[in-house]
Design a protein around this ligand. Structure first.
Ligand code: CA
Length: 325
């Protein structure tokens, strides 16, 4: 009797562990793309705090160096589509009429007002129904400042929300004589992000640089190879020699529509067969393209295509959808 009971409890324990394991494996992660950028200007600390309050898994940082080598959180190497730089420093544009982050010191960058994204030529807001362009009082900030915000909020709210930094345009930085990657890795180490267990995923579009991060710079962080071109989907085997996941454009996952339903390319299953996680970009409720509704987009890409997580400007909507599933 005793041994039967023991066997029974062992089986129960085993099946619980299996269920737990299965649940963990099936958990899809939500990455706040540039913060809760559907609601507040992208890459502002306000947008990051809002994303944190929404209980996302990760908050994204795009990183570009200032003139004095401070990693700034901003999507592009340019300043003129999210700030009032053209008004404050009109004489500081380059020959191509663009204003570059790298030409300004941290203190100068701090004097700029950040706005909802707009087209610099026309001044027109990119996403019409988002936070009104030019309103509010937002500024640029460094990677250090953002990590301190997220880690501080993690302490005060007893959460462990991760960071998801991206090394932007390493070739441009190298041409300018800057060591963006080395500087970013040092900041991450200083704040306790060194291994795959440390709630930090490092991403880059440049495959040569991401491979260098693993093989030469010996980073042990979780690495995601971003991809955007069709030919890159043929290089998964190589990516798997240094990366832990891929971040494709979601359209690279979709194939033809048959009888009103999407079919899928082999990208997700190929990646999974190589042990790579798949985190596509970008889920935008106000930019649906081929989908009739945001719900259909989430159901198709998140559930039917079986990805492991995704970047979204609307983390609350995606989380609500996933919690219902
Ligand atoms: Ca990014």
């Amino acid at each position: 009797m005793k041994s039967i009971l023991l066997l029974f409890s062992c089986l129960l324990l085993f099946s619980c562990n299996q269920t737990k394991k299965k649940l963990t494996m099936n958990t899809k992660i939500v990455i706040a793309h540039r913060g809760a950028s559907g609601y507040l200007p992208e890459h502002t600390l306000e947008a990051k705090a809002m994303a944190h309050a929404m209980n996302v898994d990760f908050i994204e940082q795009d990183l570009v160096l200032s003139k004095d080598d401070i990693p700034m959180v901003i999507h592009d190497i340019y300043l003129d589509d999210v700030t009032n730089v053209a008004l404050i420093f009109p004489e500081r544009k380059r020959k191509d009429n663009r204003f570059y982050v790298i030409d300004f010191t941290f203190d100068e960058l701090k004097t700029l007002q950040v706005s909802e994204r707009f087209h610099p030529e026309t001044g027109e807001q990119v996403y019409k129904n988002r936070f009104p362009k030019g309103k509010g009082n937002f500024t640029l900030h460094s990677l250090q400042e953002e990590i301190e915000l997220i880690q501080g909020l993690n302490t005060s709210t007893k959460k462990n929300i991760g960071i998801y930094p991206e090394i932007k345009d390493p070739k441009f930085h190298q041409k300018e004589g800057k060591k963006l990657t080395e500087i970013v890795l040092k900041v991450l180490t200083n704040y306790g992000y060194t291994t795959k267990q440390d709630a930090c995923t490092l991403q880059c579009f440049d495959a040569i640089e991401l491979e260098r991060i693993r093989k030469e710079l010996k980073s042990e962080l979780f690495l995601v190879q971003l991809i955007g071109y069709p030919e890159e989907t043929q290089q998964l085997k190589h990516f798997a020699t240094y990366a832990d996941g891929i971040g494709p454009w979601y359209k690279q996952i979709l194939d033809k529509k048959v009888d009103g339903k999407f079919t899928f390319t082999s990208l997700v299953s190929d990646a999974h067969n190589l042990g790579l996680k798949v985190h596509p970009y970008t889920f935008r409720a106000d930019s649906l393209d081929e989908f009739a509704t945001f719900e259909e987009m989430m159901q198709t890409v998140f559930i039917e295509a079986n990805v492991d997580g995704a970047f979204t400007d609307f983390p609350d909507v995606v989380l609500k959808f996933l919690n219902k599933k």
